[in-house]
Design a protein around this ligand. Structure first.
Ligand code: SAH
Length: 365
């Protein structure tokens, strides 16, 4: 544990052993089972004596205080807003599908990447989450999934909530190891999503665990990507593709490209051609996400007809494509809508260069 490790879920097995020093050895197994197998609330781990539960909660409190829990009407998407001990807030989303239950975790409070169309980016950066704050999101969601008439087991984790995982690399990878080793979710069911921070992709390439990599591409030429994903100026596409290629060579895992479809900005035939070329080179899978509304970005998402047309163009060009179902829109839990404290800017100007791109002759070719 580091000095910032304040929460129960920052404590790995070794740290819990130290804390339980003086207790019979089986207490550790009871506590461990309660936390990571049953996903019980610490106060409900009744195999432990009440005095020990009190001592634990005093020395190692949990980090996530629930502010709100919202659920879609079908109950298949649940979003939480949590308050952290220092008052920062983050969100977590649980999504049930017929064949799996996926938790979307945050790695930072806020985000410094400043992608204009993303609500988290619009609000700016607050701080990195600790390993325990990331792990606890999974535990809380798994506890909720277990409840009710049809208990479900969380099988997949996507690092696609608030923040840029690669900008909080050490804690993100610490959480990956804990989620894999302690909660027991296969590395193949973990997906790290990045705006394209190349040193992070390279470090992930050297990790032993075969996790999936998703790159939020949104544009496959540098001019447009510089506008949509500002970090592209530092890590341009040719270098990004090289890093992805090396990841694939070493890991042999599926790479996916996320593409939020913005009407008349990145849904043109030229965009499909550029994207398909990158996709063929990297054998990547494209996830098309119709742009979700956010308060700070007035441009709209592509129409369903346009999304289908774009997907068909990509297929014709030999790309693998999925159109992502838009989960949780009615509770602002969909991609790019996580915003936590809702005190960011309201509608801002569309960057002038994007307006120019929209009006340029190439826009309708
Ligand atoms: N920072 C990481 C992790 C966040 S993942 C990353 O960018 O990959 C969240 C995903 O939702 C990213 O692919 C992001 O680009 C996408 N997204 C952001 N704003 C969106 C919006 N308004 N509509 C649809 N997708 C959006």
């Amino acid at each position: 544990m580091t000095t910032e490790s304040l929460s129960l879920f920052d404590a790995d097995r070794e740290a819990l052993t130290t804390i339980l020093d003086g207790e019979p050895r089986y207490r550790l197994d009871q506590l461990w089972k309660g936390l990571y197998v049953d996903f019980a609330e610490p106060k409900d781990i009744t195999s432990l004596p009440a005095s020990l539960r009190t001592r634990l909660s005093e020395t190692l409190p949990t980090a996530l205080e629930m502010v709100t829990e919202s659920s879609t009407s079908d109950g298949n998407t649940v979003k939480w807003l949590w308050r952290l001990p220092d008052g920062a807030s983050v969100e977590t989303v649980l999504m049930h599908y017929p064949d799996r239950s996926t938790v979307c975790v945050s790695t930072q409070a806020g985000c410094a990447m400043a992608c204009g169309f993303c609500a988290t980016g619009q609000g700016g950066f607050e701080r990195n989450l600790t390993v325990g704050e990331i792990v606890e999101q999974v535990v809380r969601a798994a506890r909720r999934a277990n409840e009710g008439p049809t208990p479900r087991r969380v099988s997949n984790i996507v690092f696609m909530g608030m923040g840029e995982p690669m900008a909080n690399y050490d804690r993100m990878i610490g959480a990956v190891h804990r989620i894999h080793g302690d909660i027991g979710i296969s590395a193949r069911h973990l997906t790290i999503s990045t705006v394209g921070i190349i040193p992070g992709i390279r470090r992930l390439t050297d990790e032993p665990l075969p996790v999936n990599l998703a790159v939020s591409l949104h544009a496959a030429n540098d001019e447009l990507r510089d506008e949509l994903v500002p970090i592209n100026k530092r890590y341009p596409l040719s270098d990004l593709y090289d890093a992805c290629e090396d990841y694939l060579k070493v890991k042999n895992r599926r790479l996916s490209f996320e593409w939020a479809m913005i009407a008349d900005v990145n849904d043109r035939p030229s965009d499909a051609r550029e994207l398909a070329a990158a996709t063929r080179r990297l054998r990547a899978h494209v996830n098309l996400i119709p742009l979700n509304d956010t308060p700070g970005w007035p441009t709209t998402g592509s129409s369903p007809a346009k999304v289908k047309e774009f997907a068909d163009q990509l297929l014709d060009l030999g790309a693998n494509v999925t159109v992502r179902a838009n989960r949780g829109n009615d509770i602002d839990a969909a991609c790019g809508q996580l915003r936590a404290n809702h005190n960011g800017p309201t509608v801002t100007e569309v960057p002038a260069r994007i307006e120019r791109i929209k009006r340029s002759p190439g826009a309708t070719d």
